[in-house]
Design a protein around this ligand. Structure first.
Ligand code: UD1
Length: 431
């Protein structure tokens, strides 16, 4: 299994191109199930999860064609076409590798009138149930059955054809995935749908914009109340995936923790305001330029008190990276994780590098002025792995990050991008 080796201590400086957003890609791709016409997505990141999603779509008879120019290019163009769906079953073997597979449930039942998807199972950052996905689909007419590890959703028959009715659902808890799933189902329902307390993450806005480009009728985009008028059919579209706000935020932390300066090329400040505000509060300079956000740190960082929250709050997907960064702050910071239980798996690994972090339930006290020393480490999820990379960049000596497949799920060519701005980082093969 590959490992990443970092010799820490270099101050990073230069330009980093921000890739298309992973979490957006994973909700835009299933929209190919909603039409018999081609859907072309540009700026798709080259990531393991995107490849897996392509294979999942193939399972239903959707063809996928990739143009991506040279292997040295960042991003790819993928055209997906589900002229005729040949299956409505998402098997365990694929779903277990990628939780986001559950996002085919809504569009499949919307288009084909039925869908059977393996239950995603446990996950390293908490139990992550899918009850809200199912309740929301039920509210717009789906009948849900659970059996033998699979969930089956069936739409009622209207003139012999399975078609969802539409309806009203108020989310008791904000859920990004459940909002996405029901949105993709509601756009082809017979009637209208109102979703209350819907997620407002930029990736949801990206999804709504694509659906509208495919002919859907959605109002309230970017707010917590979405109103959808179902359409008889949607058509194909050509659409560019939004920039990855979490990748951009992670590299911003890399600039801050190394006392460096990075231009995050193509990042959208509007989508990452809470991250940028937190950086500014920590004493980091943030300059919004025409094509990039410049993040520079000079002098000690200030400690922070931060709590994760749904958008527009501080993203849970940035918690681990800020924790690493705040190890270099001049004092103790307090982080509270409100979205997922069990999302502090990086703490014991950071401790191996000399960090002093006290965790009590959902709150972590991060003691600053840490003298970080390189060590062999491993993480159990994507953003936790990134926090170890960040700590490694600031540590003295050699850090070896194991289980690189987590990083490959979410960071396009991480080591190449960091090498380009002065990091001493390389990927090692087996051995
Ligand atoms: C998505 C993102 C993930 C991010 C998270 C929160 C993708 C592929 N993943 O995950 O990177 O960390 O949003 O911003 O886009 N919940 C329920 N029942 C449900 C669904 C969710 O109780 O049916 C709970 C979860 O356990 C969690 C909270 O709701 O406590 C939010 O989860 P959710 O927003 O659904 O996260 P994901 O869509 O899985």
């Amino acid at each position: 299994m590959d490992r990443i080796l970092i010799r820490g201590g270099n101050r990073l400086s230069g330009r980093i191109a921000i890739s298309g957003a992973k979490n957006s890609a994973l909700t835009l791709m299933p929209c190919a199930l909603l039409t018999d016409e081609p859907l072309t997505l540009r700026n798709l990141p080259r990531l393991a999860d995107v490849d897996s999603f392509g294979h999942l779509l193939n399972q239903f008879g959707v063809s996928t064609t990739i143009e991506g120019g040279r292997p040295s290019d960042f991003g790819r163009v993928m055209t997906m076409r589900g002229q005729q769906l040949t299956s409505t079953v998402a098997p365990y073997d694929i779903v277990r590798k990628m939780r986001a597979s559950i996002l085919v449930l809504g569009p499949l039942v919307g288009r084909a009138g039925e869908a059977t998807v393996s239950l995603p199972g446990g996950c390293a950052i908490g139990n992550r149930p899918i009850d809200l996905h199912l309740k929301a689909l039920e509210a717009i007419g789906a009948e849900i059955e659970l059996a033998a590890g699979y969930v089956k959703a069936v739409a009622p028959k209207i003139n012999g054809v399975g078609r969802l009715t539409g309806g009203r659902f108020s989310f008791p808890v904000v859920s990004v995935g459940a909002t996405e799933n029901v949105l993709m189902a509601a756009v082809t329902a017979k009637g209208g749908t109102i979703l209350e307390n819907a997620a407002r993450e930029p990736e949801i806005v990206d999804l709504c914009n694509l659906l509208v480009a495919m002919g859907a009728s959605i109002s309230g985009i970017g707010t917590e109340t979405l109103e959808i008028e179902g359409r008889d059919r949607l058509h194909g579209a050509m659409y560019r995936v939004m920039p990855d706000r979490i990748e951009a935020g992670s590299y911003a932390c890399a600039a801050a923790i190394t006392g460096g300066s990075l231009d995050l090329v193509g990042a959208s400040a509007h989508d990452m305001r809470a991250t940028l505000d937190a950086l500014i509060e920590a004493g980091v300079s943030v300059e919004e330029r025409k094509d990039a956000i410049r993040v520079s740190a000079d002098g000690p960082l200030k400690p922070l008190t931060l709590s994760t929250a749904p958008f527009p709050g501080f993203a849970t997907d940035m918690q681990a990276q800020f924790m690493a960064m705040l190890l270099k702050a001049d004092g103790a910071s307090v982080l509270t994780e409100t979205i997922f239980e069990n999302r502090y798996m990086h703490v014991p690994e950071l401790a191996r590098m000399g960090a002093h972090i006290d965790v009590r339930g959902r709150t972590a006290v991060v003691h600053g002025n840490a003298s970080l020393v390189g060590a062999p480490v491993m993480a159990t999820d994507l953003r936790a792995s990134m926090s170890l990379i960040l700590a490694g960049l600031a540590a003295e000596g050699r850090t070896e990050v194991n289980r690189v497949y987590h990083l490959d799920r979410g960071y396009e060519r991480l080591e190449e991008k960091l090498q380009g701005v002065g990091a001493d980082i390389e990927r090692l093969g087996d051995g």
